[in-house]
Design a protein around this ligand. Structure first.
Ligand SMILES: NC(=O)c1ccc[n+]([C@@H]2O[C@H](COP(=O)([O-])OP(=O)(O)OC[C@H]3O[C@@H](n4cnc5c(N)ncnc54)[C@H](O)[C@@H]3O)[C@@H](O)[C@H]2O)c1
Length: 253
């Protein structure tokens, strides 16, 4: 079945063997879990992160379907474009690169505006750079899937995260819709996931109190990976401009 045709077949909907995918933030908890699942479902994957190349290669060795790795800072437009040129064309992008410094004492004279700039650059400019690099080709070829990481913080203002992180993730939610308005008419879907607290390196020092959450636990990276994978799969063809809440009922909207 062609990837651009309406998909009503339950198993084929999750067959990613025709998908060439870029996963950014791929050394992180959610990125690695997404790569594993997409690889198992047949995707051809390029793994990217800003960690040392040797670390990325180590991760790639344990994941099916990885054809290349690239150390790339998503805040650098030129580097992102060069990476996409080198390894594309891509039919799917899952951007899981992100930062979340736990410095929310914004009234303090020492509050660090450099951290603010960094969070906005990685969490908002990063997805803009990535979309700018992959979306025109997807539009030209009339097929594409883009999945970005928002957050429960983008709706609720943050459980533990600071004001820069909450603002950046609200920005991602708006950006998903901005991009979707432009991409959807060309059969390119742009969506986001808004995870609740997930057990990864990002939350390790956040001091999350799971007794406050309905499920009394953190989510697992695999539980976000399954949503990102779905959004990047042929089966998500009629999902456009959506932000999918995956938060264990911590926020009911
Ligand atoms: N863990 C959570 O509770 C949670 C909740 C809501 C949203 N999210 C979002 O999900 C995404 C993945 O988070 P995670 O929990 O896997 O975090 P993580 O810290 O495990 O992974 C994030 C990855 O992004 C990479 N990265 C940071 N700056 C980069 C840059 N400039 N260029 C390229 N890569 C860069 C890091 O090296 C890291 O490998 C992030 O966007 C995060 O904000 C996470």
């Amino acid at each position: 079945m062609s990837q651009s045709s309406p998909n009503t077949q339950s198993v084929a909907a999750f067959d990613m063997s025709g998908t060439r995918m870029l996963i950014t933030g791929a050394a992180g908890g959610i990125g690695q879990a997404t790569a594993k699942l997409c690889g198992q479902l047949g995707a051809t994957i390029v793994l990217s992160d800003f960690v040392e190349s040797s670390r990325l290669d180590e991760i790639a060795n344990q994941i099916k379907g990885v054809v290349a790795t690239e150390r790339c800072d998503v805040t650098k437009r030129d580097a992102v474009e060069a990476m996409v040129k080198r390894h594309g064309p891509f039919t799917a992008l899952a951007d899981t690169a992100g930062v979340c410094p736990y410095d929310d004492d914004w009234m303090s004279p020492d509050w660090n505006e450099t951290a603010f700039q960094k969070v906005i650059q990685v969490n908002v400019l990063g997805p803009i750079n990535l979309a700018r690099a992959v979306m025109p080709g997807m539009i030209e070829r009339k097929y594409g899937r883009i999945a970005l990481c928002g957050s429960i913080a983008g709706w609720a203002g943050g459980l533990r995260a600071g004001p820069h992180y909450a603002a950046s993730k609200g920005g991602v939610h708006a950006l998903v819709r901005w991009l979707a308005q432009r991409a959807t008419p060309h059969n390119v879907t742009v969506n986001g996931v808004a995870p609740g607290p997930i057990e990864t390196g990002m939350t390790a020092t956040g001091g999350y109190d799971v007794s406050k959450y309905p499920m009394k636990r953190m989510g697992q990276p695999e539980e976000i990976a399954s949503m990102l994978t779905y959004l990047c799969s042929p089966g998500a063809g009629f999902v456009a401009g959506a932000i999918m809440d995956v938060n264990g009922g911590t926020l009911l909207r």
